[in-house]
Design a protein around this ligand. Structure first.
Ligand code: FAD
Ligand code: UDP
Length: 371
């Protein structure tokens, strides 16, 4: 089989690159070892007719106009602002921590003028912010750290926050107002017909062929491609020659409640200190679907299983760099995406990285960059 470009992985990264190269006039073959497109952002109706995200809740948000505009070619949108409560000592309180979180937990009556004074009275300033522990202790001190971050992080990563880069906990800010949205990005919308429909539209191009249920490592001898774009785990590409690059996995437990219209008041409830799972998400909040029943997912973090998260810590970064040095030698292969670049990318960042990679791919193929 012959193609100009072989793309391994039909998630955000692979699909964006595929579309861009197809528009540039290349014949593109996209393969995925799964039986569906969309990667981890894939969604589908469950047997009860509720649109679910089989690989965990995916909420789209971005500050980049260019990325929102890019995707708007392939989908209409439905406004949705995600809200999360955390269960702490039998109370359900907003996370990120805001004025109402502090007031509810400590029986106080703080407002915009007094909240920073409270944080200043409990925070333990750290000179160097290296780890996730430093981030939280520096912002809100030991008690709020224990209540919201330590247990959750240990469950999620199998590591103490002191063993993870600062950027992990820094994803969740501390608020000095009453904003209870999980994200503050200016564009917060969900694809109106779901992610899979958006991917179908992105991949619907006469120069794109998609083959599903195909593993690259079994298939690669059978295809002749001028260039390969690989979006799977980087260590697997090199047969784990330097050892396994750690990726954190999850087990998802889905549940449908036929006689319950709404299970929880917000999209996601976090459980920092109870249960083996980290959070429960009720999909109808995210999708706006109406149904007399409801469908939920609970996330159980695991060390083994499909790779979902790179694990941001210095020793893993070093191992990644060794693999990256091999990757940089490849003239005919480009590595793109959350797994291949070993970056804790959100969906919009994957789109951004994929768009950026196209110029680089064209250059490697001896072409000029896209207009
Ligand atoms: P993936 O989606 O992982 O796609 C890679 C594809 O490559 C996969 O489909 C895989 O099957 C395929 N592949 C791998 N190896 C091979 C092989 N050997 N042969 C063939 N195919 C192969 N981001 C947000 O912005 N908002 C959120 O709310 C959000 N929530 C998330 C929740 C969870 C639980 C997780 C895990 C991630 C979440 N993300 C979220 C991040 C988001 O999923 C990623 O940024 C994005 O989907 C990554 O896209 P990708 O194409 O790089 O990788
Ligand atoms: N986190 C936490 N408690 C929370 C929410 C987040 O300790 O209630 C920490 C945890 O380490 C988590 C990280 O912050 O992995 C990033 O959270 P986010 O919700 O962005 O994770 P994701 O949605 O990517 O799984």
């Amino acid at each position: 089989m012959k193609t100009d470009v072989l793309i391994v992985g039909a998630g955000f990264s692979g699909s964006v690159v595929a579309r861009q190269l197809a528009e540039r006039g290349y014949e593109v073959l996209v393969i995925d070892k799964r039986e569906h497109i969309g990667g981890n952002a894939y969604d589908r109706k469950d047997q009860h007719g509720i649109l679910i995200h089989p690989y965990g809740p995916h909420i789209f948000h971005t500050n980049a106009d260019r990325i929102a505009e890019y995707l708007t070619q392939f989908t209409a949108w439905r406004p949705y602002e995600h809200r999360v409560l955390a269960k702490v000592e039998e109370k359900f309180v907003p996370i990120p921590i805001n004025i109402d979180t502090v007031n509810a937990l400590y029986g106080m009556d703080l407002d915009e003028t007094t909240i920073q004074g409270f944080y200043d009275s409990v925070r333990e300033p750290r000179e160097k912010i290296r780890t996730s522990e430093d981030v939280v202790i520096n912002a809100v001190g030991q008690d709020l750290y224990e209540k919201f971050f330590r247990g959750y992080t240990q469950k999620q990563w199998g590591l103490d926050p002191s063993e993870l880069n600062a950027a992990v906990a820094a994803r969740v800010p501390t608020r000095t107002d009453r904003d209870d949205r999980y994200f503050t990005d200016k564009f917060q919308k969900m694809p109106a017909q779901g992610y899979t429909k958006m991917f179908e539209s992105m991949l619907d191009h006469p120069s794109i062929k998609v083959e599903l249920g195909v593993d690259y490592f079994e298939f690669r001898e059978r295809v002749e491609a001028t260039h390969t774009v690989y979006t799977g785990p980087l260590d697997a590409f090199y047969a784990y020659c330097y050892g396994k690059l750690p990726y954190r996995s999850l087990r998802f437990e889905h549940e449908h409640l036929a006689d319950t219209e709404w299970y929880q008041s917000v999209g996601t409830v976090n459980f920092p200190n109870d249960y083996e799972y980290t959070r429960t998400t009720e999909f109808k909040h995210l999708t706006g679907q109406q149904h007399s029943g409801t469908s939920l997912v609970r996330e159980f973090p695991t060390a083994e299983g499909d790779p979902y998260y790179p694990v941001p810590r210095p020793e893993n970064e070093l191992l990644f760099k060794r693999y990256e040095a091999l990757a940089e030698q490849e003239q005919d292969v480009t590595f793109v995406g959350r797994l291949a670049q070993y970056r804790y990318y959100n969906m919009d960042q994957c789109v951004g990285a994929a768009l950026k990679s196209v110029d680089y791919i064209l250059e490697k193929m001896g072409e000029t960059s896209m207009p």
